[in-house]
Design a protein around this ligand. Sequence first.
Ligand SMILES: [Mg+2]
Length: 419
Amino acid sequence: MPIYALCDANNFYCSCERVFNPKLRGVPVVVLSNNDGCCIARSQEAKDLGIKMGDPWFKIEKWAVGKGVRAYSSNYVLYGDMSRRLYEILQRFSPRVEPYSIDEMFLDLNGFDIDLVQYGREVRSTVLAETDIPTCVGIGDTKTKAKLANFVAKKRPEFGGVCDLRDPAICEGLYPTIPLDEVWGIGRASAAKLQKLGLETVADLARYDITQGRNLLTVTGARVIMELQGTSCLPLTMMAPQRKGLAVTRTFGEAMPEWDGLAEAVATFATRAGEKLRQHGLLACVMTVFIQTNRFVPGEYYGNQATFGIEPTQDSLCLVRDALRGVRSIFRRGYRYWKAGVMLNELIDATTAPAQMFPTRDPLKSASLMAAMDGINARFGRGMLRPAVSGIDRKWTAKAEKLSPRYTTCADEFVCVRA
Ligand SMILES: [Mg+2]
């Protein structure tokens, strides 16, 4: 019988901010979305103050600062690196670990004939000792149950951070207390349909007839019910499904009236899109670029996009050239641009793609140049080596006025300890 454990970090972004800044312990902390817009992570203290997910910072700032809330711009370099550390530690506890999101990872514990609650406690204490990130562990014979167990472990301190839902007695006691929409895969719309039929809690859903479930919620819903009943339908996928498209889009820190700034931004997005393609071993065949002004600022709105086929490539320089050509075709003078993006579609596997008859760049030279660029940027930080057209001072970059240091990846920003 399969056994899954889900290890999920508590308030991950806020916890990362606390690791290297002990002054933030016991203090309400929030992390803000791109451009310092909305609250996307809240420490327990911030939740207790009533701050909700997605609350716009400008609306609550005055009140929150008065309450002692500390706000940070999202520091994805730090969070990504802490996530990698979490993943590395978890790999010591299971031969198969599947990252599900930046702070949630499934462990395959199939065949582990030991006290798994105790094992889960060891996972927690090891992660805490080595990264200072608090986590909870949920265990189940299906992924859906492991996820639900994690929810219980987070909400109920009496479980000590580890909950095992393989025990039917525990399920029987807990299921009637958990609302339907806490189940993984049951969204608001599905929950509403079920509630109309009088189903309120996880206990009702677990008892629900599978055929009726399929009629009401399609096969996805039927799968959820079966998983709750202990039949595993969602195996561990070690490979992420192949991406169909990718996008790099940003809102600018300040609106841009000039072509030069806009071109810098778009070239930067195309460069980043190329990095993503190479990371996933893909080539793009279709590109969309768009630019727009801010709808909410009085004045005439202008937004436009262009979609066109490109020579299949993962070369950033080709992508920059194509993106700039696309943006030039839709650029209109006299507007203050606020947002732009580069999207790539019709992605194909680089290893099986047919060779180009008349490539505009030598494929071997292109591959070695991109490999050299990626190597240098991996070592010295993203954007260290980049096309000159993507700019030097880059005034357009998103607002991140409350950014914490990149404590773990940038030598200038390490914490210094003097004895
Ligand atoms: Mg989490």
